[in-house]
Design a protein around this ligand. Structure first.
Ligand SMILES: C[S@@+](CC[C@H](N)C(=O)[O-])C[C@H]1O[C@@H](n2cnc3c(N)ncnc32)[C@H](O)[C@@H]1O
Length: 433
């Protein structure tokens, strides 16, 4: 099956299109999907695509014939709806005004789930949609089945759900507002413990249960930056204080870190992370069959230790690890990831405590904190965010450390004029007289 590239950044899109055109591999048109652009190619060999565009997100596509004989337009949901409902109501203006104005046009494909956006104005559950279905005797189950089988028939989709924003105040980031509307696999709608979605980003597969764990596509850029920038990870140790389903954990493991210590409160995220190990069979460490404590990659000394508990326990857990596995020897903590929004400040003193108790500064003289926060554009542009962060770290570290901010990455917008950023801060021991 031919492959299509999912891209966001306009410079990348242009470069990909130009490169494809030069080889006569570009398939018109470029399709808009949420804030992404889908660039179709006539390449059907993943290796060929990866060698041309290393690290891009891609997937298969196919314009398959539909079961009911209606023409299918792979990803254009509006055309699909126009065509589908024209068999019930011939007057296209009525369909447009009484139905299409209220149906969602944005969705994500997270196999096996087709996830629609949901707002007050556009929803599969909008009262106007209910009214239209009942006025024209349209069977909702049949419609859902066609959506799964004819609209996106190449994706092995069996579930339709609708999405609402994640509540900021929910520490575990569980998408309580996700609602299942239809299952084509014979399972009841109130059974969802068996649903595991998968998406590949930067050639790393992420696995999660969408009812219990969030997935944010927009972090792809930051994961790529980690993969491209931090080769110094190899043979060093990394702590991921909010490891979730492994957005960054897998990137650090792929870079060859020696020990990865991950902390996560949500048991469902941890389950997804373990499933991710199986899905990424090949370059991610394999299980040592000793349960959920550590996994290793055969030929290399590489271990991953996941603790399904508050990161406040990390100091104690690293001490236990050192006592049991290294006869008390200190670690080489080269990176500490702090990926919690809207703020990771809870983890800052935890991170400094870990460096103070467990890092061997003689062999690992520099450790980098990756601080994720939501920050207003004013505070980014006038430098006050960086300044205040360094001041806060200096207070926490007393006079022991020197902090040097090296990079601020704007990852994605969180709200108008508010950015999800990652600030890299290098920590070294302060000079003593
Ligand atoms: C933004 S999500 C992290 C996303 C993550 N990088 C991933 O791959 O899913 C933040 C995660 O931190 C977890 N969390 C929040 N506070 C925590 C704490 N004090 N200790 C450990 N985990 C925590 C939440 O359960 C949530 O899964």
């Amino acid at each position: 099956m031919p492959l299509e590239i999912v891209a966001k950044d306009s410079v990348t899109i242009k470069a990909i299109k130009t490169a494809l055109e030069a080889e006569s591999l570009f398939v018109k048109p470029i399709i808009k999907e949420d804030s992404y652009r889908i660039i179709r190619t006539s390449i059907d060999e993943p290796k060929e695509l990866i060698s041309m565009f290393p690290g891009v997100e891609f997937r298969e596509y196919q314009l398959a014939p539909s079961r009911n004989g209606l023409p299918v337009n792979g990803r254009d949901i509006l055309s699909f709806h126009r065509e589908y409902f024209s068999q019930y109501v011939k007057d296209s203006q009525i369909v447009e005004e009484e139905l299409l104005n209220y149906l969602p046009t944005k969705y994500s494909i997270y196999p096996p789930m087709l996830l629609f956006n949901n707002s007050e104005k556009k929803s599969l559950l909008h009262e106007k949609v209910h009214k239209f279905f009942s006025n024209y005797n349209i069977d909702r189950t049949q419609y859902y089945s066609h959506l799964l089988n004819d609209f996106a028939p190449f994706k092995e989709l069996t579930i339709i759900a609708i999405n609402k924003p994640i509540l900021v105040e929910d520490t575990l980031r569980q998408p309580h507002n996700l609602k299942l509307l239809y299952r084509d696999d014979g399972q009841p709608l109130d059974e969802f413990d068996d649903i595991w979605c998968q998406v590949a980003q930067n050639e790393i597969i992420q696995v999660w249960n969408p009812m219990y764990t969030m997935f944010s596509r927009g972090n792809i850029k930051e994961k790529k930056r980690v993969l491209d920038t931090f080769q110094d990870v190899e043979a060093n140790d990394v702590v991921d204080l909010y490891c979730g389903i492994g957005y960054f954990t897998f990137s650090y493991l792929k870079l060859g870190c020696r020990n990865l210590f991950g902390f996560e409160l949500n048991p469902w995220s941890v389950k997804g992370l373990w499933k991710g190990f199986d899905a990424n069979d090949g370059f991610i460490p394999k299980t040592d069959n000793k349960g959920s404590v550590s996994r290793y990659r055969g030929d290399k000394e590489q271990y991953c230790h996941i603790y399904n508990e508050n990161n406040e326990m990390s100091d104690q857990r690293l001490q236990e690890f050192r006592n049991q596995s290294t006869s008390g020897e200190l670690l080489k903590i080269r990176h500490i990831n702090l990926g919690l929004l809207p703020s990771s400040q809870q983890g800052w003193p935890v991170a400094l405590r870990l460096l103070g108790s467990h890092n061997n500064w003689d062999v690992c003289s520099l450790s980098t904190l990756h601080i994720h926060e939501n920050v207003s554009i004013e505070e980014i542009n006038d430098g006050s965010f960086v300044k205040q962060t360094i001041t806060k770290l200096e207070i926490l570290g007393a006079t022991r450390y020197q902090f040097n901010s090296t990079h601020l990455e704007k990852i994605k917008t969180f709200a108008p004029d508010v950015w999800h950023i990652c600030l890299d801060v290098d920590v070294t021991l302060a000079a003593t007289d």
